[in-house]
Write a protein that binds this ligand. Structure first.
Ligand code: AMP
Ligand code: MG
Length: 394
């Protein structure tokens, strides 16, 4: 058997970026759209503000009018249109958000006035006009949001303010998860000798939900070629994509690549020059993407984060760019071998990064304390103390 070629990280990314994804959309009520991705651009249906309105509680009057006092002709509440026109010597008591009366072009803040017996006097200069002009925020037809934007709270507020009761969102890809390993037991069950809890099902569910996909958990599968192939076939019936963990290395019971072939998948690569996660498999069957991740929990997590998440987000119409920030690495770093790109769990705080004590790809506790990954490029053996580095936020 010939050894699998080891792809540079950029080459693996290129193959994944070229994998075609078939986006489709579904209309969702705004109340159910949180964290989904817009399926089309949104333009403003009207001007915002919709009419000239007061930005303050105060008195609407004419800016050139320097009468010693002003007769108050009406009170204008938000939601009730004014009924009279302002002329010199007159004003209207007006509330924040209320429609500006005809003739007025300024609102004097209540704090700068006093009123007695239906007459208002300006007691302190108020240099501002305190008017929000029709269309000053948005014009009808102006672009507001783009396809692929995530519907976070502020965007949901924006859409509601424009009157959208429902929005076109990208359909969430359904992603089946299979964890392979005869040693795996679901959390909650008693552990027999040599057994461990299946954490990858749970990390993958959480990561999939985080990036707007719908996980389908197929659970733990024993290390057995036929059983694994059947599980893959079942996963491909249920999901748009499939992620397996474990069973991709060179062990006697690592059946996943073979089982993928048996289930009709085409393998695109089986090895990336990355640490952790070298024996990562990317395959497909028709339009369905299939991943086999090494079972060590940090490998599964990092490979999802770096390679799978961008593909799934592209499916959702979102061009993912991880947040990367420069940071001062006070303590240096050195490694013996440098042929792979290394991702280390790191903690970023106030411009400084710390590489967390890390025992390797099984060390979930290090990952659980990290808020970022530090990428050490292939070929680089050390980072001198006091260097500026880039950290990639999780
Ligand atoms: P494998 O990739 O199957 O060779 O597994 C590598 C290591 O990861 C072994 O120590 C496994 O016991 C462990 N492992 C595999 N799958 C999981 C899982 N789902 N959750 C936690 N650890 C796992
Ligand atoms: Mg295994």
């Amino acid at each position: 058997m010939s050894p699998e070629p080891m792809l540079a990280i950029e080459e693996a990314e290129r193959i994944l970026d070229a994998f075609p994804v078939l986006a489709s959309s579904e209309t969702k009520p705004l109340s159910a759209a949180q964290n989904r991705f817009l399926a089309r651009d949104i333009v403003s249906p009207g001007d915002v503000p919709e009419f000239d309105k007061s930005a303050m509680d105060g008195y609407a009057c004419i800016s050139g009018d320097d009468s010693p006092s002003y007769r108050v002709i009406e009170t204008i509440a938000a939601g009730t249109p004014p009924s009279q026109t302002i002329t010199p010597g007159l004003c209207a008591r007006i509330m924040t958000g209320a429609m500006l009366p005809r003739g007025a072009d300024r609102v004097v803040m209540r704090e700068c006035t006093e009123e007695a017996d239906g007459v208002m006097r300006i007691i302190r200069g108020d240099p501002r006009h305190n008017i929000r002009r029709r269309g000053e925020d948005l014009r009808a037809g102006q672009a507001v949001m783009a396809r692929g934007d995530r519907l976070v709270a502020a965007r949901i507020a924006m859409l509601a303010s424009l009157g959208f009761a429902e929005v076109p969102t990208a359909r969430q890809p359904r992603v089946a998860i299979i964890t392979t390993g005869s040693e795996l037991v679901p959390p909650g069950a008693p552990l027999g000798p040599g057994q461990i809890y299946d954490s990858n099902s749970h990390s993958l569910v959480a990561q999939l939900r985080d990036c707007g996909c719908e996980p389908i958990v197929l659970g733990e599968v024993a290390d057995h070629a036929e059983t694994t192939a059947l599980a893959i076939a079942s996963g491909l019936k249920q999901g748009d994509a499939l992620i397996l963990s474990g069973g991709v290395s060179a062990g006697d019971f690592d059946y996943v690549p073979e089982a993928m072939k048996r289930a009709g998948c085409t393998l695109h690569f089986q090895k990336i020059a990355v640490q952790p996660g070298m024996p990562t498999v990317f395959a497909s069957r028709g339009e369905q993407a299939v991943f086999g991740l090494p079972g060590n929990p940090v490998s599964t997590f990092v490979i999802f984060e770096v390679f799978i998440k961008p593909l799934l987000l592209r499916w959702l119409g979102h061009a993912y760019r991880p947040l990367v920030l420069p940071a001062l690495l006070e303590a240096g770093y050195r490694r013996r071998r440098s042929e792979r790109t290394l991702f280390l769990p790191a903690f970023y705080r106030e411009g400084k990064a710390e590489i967390l004590a890390y025992h390797g790809s099984a060390h979930l506790h290090a990952l659980s304390r990290a808020n970022a990954l530090l990428r050490v490029p292939a070929g680089q053996e050390s980072i001198p103390a006091g260097s500026m580095v880039n950290v990639r936020f999780l």
